[in-house]
Design a protein around this ligand. Structure first.
Ligand SMILES: [Zn+2]
Ligand SMILES: [Zn+2]
Length: 319
């Protein structure tokens, strides 16, 4: 098995769980949106979305079209069709409802001060990115403690890894709040799905609206800004999957699949025009309102380059 996976393995098909062998990936289920109870009714008419389509055109120049994949890039080893805004609307996507609005963020296990800070900032990003209430869940609220009950020691040097299925099924699932559109847990522990894999960055259960992501390998040799950007991208990307968004192949986009950290690092923290329209539709927010929130978030958190880019997009869609 590769040390860093380049392929997707269906871990538990019956439960529709997907093993993530790469930093930003949850790909098998995302091609088959779940028929969840909060599935949206497809729109009767598309004329309502004229302003979204106009905004898509206005911000297109800020994104780089996806080029020919190189080397170990995600698309070099994965044939994916992508998903336009119209295809997304046709897919009966799962979206937040009045009853299930909140994105829950759970810091799980022992975390460093830096990791806690990054998770707090990431919660703010999700709130701006999806225009949804984000609630931080206390680890103390979890009845089943994250422990070494279902772990192994693996690798050279040997490291303790916790089995993802245990976290999803035993720790998170019984605690999913009724108003949760999604629950994302971040842990500093290294993770593994089963004995066939060396590790995984994270794993999601679309059906259960749960995900667990490890910061263990994102933190490696990264300065604070790089670590933050990686975490923002993971959170935005995986939450997008929970709302039935597929991998993006049209642009270099936060929803594009990635195979390794270098590919993650070259992606923007933002969603391309097609994916932006999906987010605005599912969150019922205008592109201008959304970009304004993202400008404010980036300014507040020292992301000057991104703040500048969001400001330009805001100007483009308000002109
Ligand atoms: Zn993915
Ligand atoms: Zn996209």
């Amino acid at each position: 098995m590769p040390t860093t996976g380049t392929k997707i393995i269906q871990y538990r098909p019956a439960a529709k769980l997907v093993v993530l062998t790469v930093v930003l990936c949850a790909c098998i289920s995302c091609s088959k949106p779940e028929a969840a109870s909060n599935t949206a009714t497809p729109p009767e008419t598309r004329t309502d979305f004229k302003f979204l389509r106009e905004a898509m055109i206005k911000v297109a120049s800020f994104f780089q079209p996806m080029g020919k994949p190189q080397g170990f890039d995600w698309l070099a080893s994965h044939r994916e069709p992508g998903q336009t805004f119209d295809e997304y609307l046709d897919s009966k996507p799962t979206k937040p409802t009045k009853e299930r609005q909140a994105i829950y963020v759970l810091p799980l296990g022992t975390l460093t001060a830096r990791q806690k800070r990054i998770i707090d900032i990431t919660a703010g990003y999700l709130a701006a990115f999806y225009d949804l209430p984000v609630k931080k869940m206390s680890a103390e609220a979890i009845k089943h403690p994250l422990s070494v009950q279902d772990s192994r020691r693996h690798g050279y040097p040997e490291v303790e890894q916790i089995r993802t299925g245990y976290i999803l099924d035993e720790v998170l699932k019984p605690q999913l709040p009724k108003d949760a559109a999604a629950l994302i847990a971040f842990t500093s522990s290294d993770l593994y799905p089963d004995e066939t894999m060396n590790f995984v960055f994270g794993q999601a259960s679309m059906e259960d609206r749960l995900g667990v992501w490890s910061l263990y390998r994102l933190d490696d040799n990264a300065d604070e800004a790089t670590f933050l950007r990686r975490t923002l991208k993971i959170a935005a990307h995986e939450t997008g999957h929970m709302f039935s968004m597929h991998h993006c192949t049209k642009y270099e986009c936060v929803m594009s699949g990635t195979n390794y950290l270098g590919e993650t690092d070259r992606r923007p923290i933002d969603a391309c025009p097609e994916c932006m329209a999906k987010i605005c539709w599912l969150s019922d927010i205008t592109p201008a309102e959304r970009y304004k929130k993202l400008v404010d978030f980036c300014k507040k958190n020292g992301l000057a380059k991104e703040a500048d880019e969001f400001e330009k997009k805001l100007a483009a869609v308000t002109n």
